[in-house]
Design a protein around this ligand. Sequence first.
Ligand code: SF4
Length: 402
Amino acid sequence: MNHHSLSDFRVEHQAALDESFAQVLAVLRGEGMITLERMMQDGTKVKAAASPASFHREGTLRQHLEEARERVRQMGDPQQDQAEQSARQRKAQERAAQEKLQRLEQSLEELQKVRAEAEATDPAKRRASETEPEARKMKQPGEGGFAPSYNVQLMTDAAQDIIVGVQLVQAHNDQGQLEAGVEDVQRQTGVVPPQAVVDEGYVSRATVLEMDKRGVDLMGGGSLEESKYAARSQQNWQKRGVSAEFYPPQFVYDAARDLYVCPVGQELPHGSVKEDRAGVRRHRYQAAPSPCRACPHQAQCCPVKPGQRVKGRMIVRTENVPVVAAYVEKMKTPEAQTIYRERKRVAEFPNLCLKEKFGLRRFRVRGLVKATCEALWACLTYNIQQWVRLRWRPNLAAAMAT
Ligand code: SF4
């Protein structure tokens, strides 16, 4: 048994490994250790098999690619053959050069994806790793700094802390990962978990809507309370030259008649409504132009540029759609808060165990698929240990039997 045999075994039987994972879950379910009534999901960053120095910009990657191609060309030239080299040595060198060439080509492909993922920042400054192209530079919580990593998502059944799903993703944060987590649990167990508990990093209005569509009762952190008068909107009014006495909070909302009343008593009736971002409705209320044109406060309340006509003051009211509003109210209840507080103990325990007990702080293999296999091995081991621990602890076994 050498390093290569072990590494190859780890990653060459993904389908069988996946099947073993599912079979162990089926056994645990049969023994009542998994109920799938409440699933908790959490992500942890695990370093990839690459150093931070392996990240380069496009120019350097292309230069290294040319050098690797030249190296491969030279190897194919019999003149360059070293007589004293054994055929085995030569074959190993050729394989290493080919692998390096493939990795560099993949790095350039991944760089395009990295650029698309980070449109907000300067795409020209984006880098990809030349030794582990699919890894992403991620912040290491607790350690400080950034390192090439994968984001390991673990889905845990709350009954006995058994891992019921594992996924590796390239995302820097957990936003939008719950949907994939629920699908993975369904793939592994055939069951859509009726309840999912996650921290605030997962929760957005889009996630709330999606979970509602799938019939999953979401329990999450953070606030989706719609702020009527956000600081940013006040800045907008300031930029437009509106005086503070005529900012939106100075307009009184009459819910019974669904209209606003301005500081001098003018009514702003409801105009239109649209959903311009997931889960939020924008209602527009606008005063008639003529009273505003005649108003002595027009210049402070609805100023216009020279040559423009006064259209009448407008106010926007935003509100969560009913599904999101119901979720916000639900998360205020003590019952929901009790379930949410359980999340930390259940969801973070397997992450900690994988890192502290099994030493899964850095992957030993390269590539998303192979690293997923390594993570799956660790999760399978964790589940079997949990099974042994639960099954052969007499008091717990007796409690489960009753
Ligand atoms: S400009 Fe129009 S909305 Fe503003 S205070 Fe005067 S009447 Fe009211």
